[in-house]
Structures are given as structure tokens and as C-alpha cells.
Design a binder for this molecule. Structure first.
Ligand SMILES: Nc1ncnc2c1ncn2[C@@H]1O[C@H](COP(=O)(O)OP(=O)(O)O)[C@@H](O)[C@H]1O
Ligand SMILES: [Mg+2]
Length: 372
């Protein structure tokens, strides 16, 4: 099932910074790369768009920014129809992956660029530049040139440049993907802080990094082949992914064949056979067929019983990878491989050992067979 509508009626966002996409469709040379997408981004919300390369994430952003005209559909900011507005009139800031700073301009002039283009008075321009540089911790670098900065610093300047115009909506297209892991981690924290300081700013954050999305976003949309195949509040989407693609894209997931035997309670507790073993799963949705996939995340499996409701799967340890903080176990459960991630394991089991794997009914989810 493809979900296509995630929207209130167009124009119903309550202030000027919410975005509404109404059946937005984009084609390049007659090839549709974004299938009709309806989506509401609430004012002040951080929405992360994730998905594999080529799935259409940048296209959504470029359409909202006004760099690519939609083949059909409309784009609203608050109740303003901005579909045909030129980019500079939309009140948006955009940051892309490769910084795109002007190499011949000092940091302060890069940040001032958009303000000067708007012919803001000089004193106000200087004040805004200082403010923007301060918000990304780059005041001391104002007179340097981009080549005198590290990648992380350049990206901070790019963010400052986008913030200087005080956009109502900030579009970020893989802003951290050119940076190395440690700096990326720090920058994610900084973007989170920035949003705490500017809570009214709506942020659309494109990334292929699920950790960035999980850390920053209020809501996540997952793109595949030009469609949004999953959408929801970050925590709920992680806990209850609607399909296999979402489950596997947003973290690691064990996916096992399962047959539904009985709906046991109004609360959705369902008895399922998994490789001949009976387990209980809490399923909020309606079950249309008996054949399902059982999804349970590696870190939700333990080697001990946690409650009276705990489910048990009998397993044989195939291999073990100790990584200091974490230990990864690969187990065989009735011919299927199950990954377990544990934080503490003492003593370490050996390959070939028989293990009991335990998980709670509400730490598992039933998915439809098929990928999306
Ligand atoms: N300027 C363009 N001309 C033609 N095809 C494009 C252009 N930009 C992107 N595409 C195609 O549109 C699809 C979606 O691209 P994009 O939105 O950049 O994906 P993502 O950001 O998820 O990697 C891809 O198949 C890509 O090749
Ligand atoms: Mg892209």
C-alpha cells in the first residue's frame, strides 16, 4: 500500500511558516521523479526526509525552494500560494551539501550576501551578520576566506548565511554529509540547539543518515522511487514502522516469517506463529491477511526473560562480534538469521551455543509481506 496523502486541506497551516504540498508532482524531461505528494509541515516543525539516493528528496526541496517548477500541484507557505513565486520571494533559507560559499568573499561578506541583494541598510546588515555568525559560533572567523576554514566551519558559515535573512523556513539538503563522523555528530547537536533558539522556524532536513533524522526530527518522511512510502512522528515511526522498507531504513530490523493465529484482545494483542514458535505481538492496525512478517529490532532482544509477557525464541549462536560498548550476536532461529545487540554480556557465549532470545510483545510489529 502506498500512502500518498499526509495533509490537511491546503492553506490551513496556522501561521506563515507552515508548508503545505498539494499533489505536488515533478518531472524532468517528461520523466516523473516525484509522484503526486500531499504533505503538511506544521509551523516550527522539523521534518526529516530520508531515503536512498535518487528517491526524490532533493527534488522535493528544490520544488519548495522554487528551483524546479512542478509539473502539477501546488505549494503553500501558510495560506500563501507560492507555487509560481520566484525563489527569492519565498522567505526560505537553503543549505546544500557542498557549502557553496563564494570563495572570493570573506566569511562576513558571504553571510551578508543575501542581505545586500535585498538592499538592507548597512547597519542592519552588519547586525544581522553578527547575529547569524554568533548563532553558529563563528564570530571570530568573520574576516577569513572560505579556504581558510575546515569543512565543518564552512558549513557553519553556510548555515549562518541562510539564517541571516531570517527565513521562516530553512531547507537543509544533506548539510553534513561532506563532514567526517565526529564533526557531523557535533553539528547535529548544534542544529538541534539552533532550533531550540529559533523554535518558530520550520525546518525541512534532507538526509540519507537515519541517525541525523532520528536525532533532529519531529516527523520523518521516507522516500522511495519518487514516492513517500512512510510518514509519521519520529518515535512512532521507529517503534511501529508501517512496512518493511521503513523498518529497515530507519534502523536495523530482524524480519521473520509469521502466521497470525488469533487476535486475543481489544488492545491488539495477537498470537502469532513464528517458525513453529508461538509469540504475542501488539498490533494497532487491522490485520487483512494471516501471512505477515514479524519485525523486532536487534536491541529489543535480550537473553533473559523480562516480564510474564516475554516471548521466547530458541536460537543457536552463529557468530559473535564484540565491539567494546556493544556485542553483536548473529543467531539462527528455525533457519532464519536473527541479529541481537547487547550492551553487556558476561560471560560471552560461544558459536554453537543454544540461546533463548526474549522480547516483549510491544517491542515487535507485524508487517505486510512484500517490501513496501
Ligand atoms: N536536473 C535533473 N535532470 C534530470 N533528472 C534529474 C535531475 N535532478 C535529479 N534528477 C533525477 O531525479 C531523480 C531524483 O533525484 P533527487 O531528487 O536528486 O534524489 P535524492 O535527492 O533522493 O538523491 C533521480 O532519478 C535523478 O537522477
Ligand atoms: Mg539529494
Amino acid at each position: 500500500m502506498l500512502m500518498k496523502t499526509y495533509t490537511a486541506a491546503p492553506g490551513t497551516a496556522t501561521n506563515t511558516s507552515g508548508i503545505v504540498l498539494d499533489n505536488l508532482r515533478v518531472a524532468y524531461h517528461d520523466r516523473v521523479v516525484l509522484k503526486p505528494l500531499s504533505l503538511t509541515i506544521e509551523p516550527g516543525e522539523v521534518l526529516a526526509l530520508i531515503g536512498p539516493s535518487g528517491s526524490g528528496k532533493t527534488t522535493v526541496l528544490r520544488a519548495i525552494a522554487g528551483f524546479v517548477p512542478p509539473a502539477s500541484g501546488r505549494i503553500f507557505m501558510g495560506d500563501r500560494d507560492i507555487t509560481r513565486l520566484p525563489p527569492y520571494k519565498r522567505g526560505l533559507g537553503m543549505v546544500v551539501q557542498n557549502y557553496a560559499l563564494f570563495p572570493h568573499l570573506k566569511v562576513e561578506d558571504n553571510v551578508a550576501f543575501g542581505l545586500r541583494a535585498r538592499k538592507l541598510p548597512k547597519a542592519l546588515t552588519n547586525e544581522r551578520v553578527q547575529q547569524a555568525l554568533k548563532s553558529v559560533g563563528m564570530v571570530d572567523f568573520a574576516t577569513r576566506y572560505p579556504h581558510q576554514l575546515s569543512g565543518g566551519q564552512q558549513q557553519r558559515v553556510a548555515i549562518a548565511r541562510a539564517l541571516a535573512t531570517k527565513p521562516q523556513v530553512l531547507l537543509l539538503d544533506e548539510p553534513l554529509s561532506a563532514l567526517d563522523a565526529q564533526i557531523r555528530h557535533n553539528m547535529v547537536e548544534e542544529i538541534a540547539r539552533l532550533h531550540r533558539e529559533l523554535p518558530e522556524m520550520t525546518i525541512l532536513y534532507v538526509t540519507h543518515d537515519q541517525t541525523e533524522a532520528l536525532t533532529l526530527a519531529d516527523k520523518i518522511g521516507i522516500m522511495k522511487d519518487g514516492s513517500m512510502v512512510a510518514y509519521g512522528e519520529t518515535h512512532a515511526l521507529y517503534r511501529q514502522p508501517p512496512n518493511r522498507f521503513a523498518a529497515e531504513f530507519l534502523g536495523r530490523a530482524n524480519i521473520l516469517g509469521a502466521t497470525v493465529l488469533e487476535l486475543k484482545s481489544q488492545a491488539g494483542e495477537t498470537l502469532v506463529s513464528c517458525g513453529g514458535t508461538l509469540v504475542n505481538v501488539v498490533t494497532p492496525g487491522i490485520l487483512h491477511s494471516r501471512n505477515k512478517l514479524l519485525c523486532v529490532r536487534p536491541q529489543h532482544i535480550t537473553l533473559h526473560k523480562r516480564s510474564e509477557r516475554s516471548n521466547r525464541l530458541d536460537a543457536t549462536l552463529k557468530s559473535l562480534h564484540w565491539q567494546g560498548d556493544l556485542t553483536h550476536l548473529l543467531c539462527d532461529v528455525a533457519g532464519e538469521t536473527v541479529r541481537v545487540v547487547l550492551t553487556q554480556l558476561n560471560p560471552l557465549p560461544q558459536a554453537g551455543d543454544r540461546l533463548a532470545l526474549w522480547f516483549e510483545p510491544d517491542d515487535a510489529v507485524l508487517l505486510e509481506v512484500g517490501h513496501v
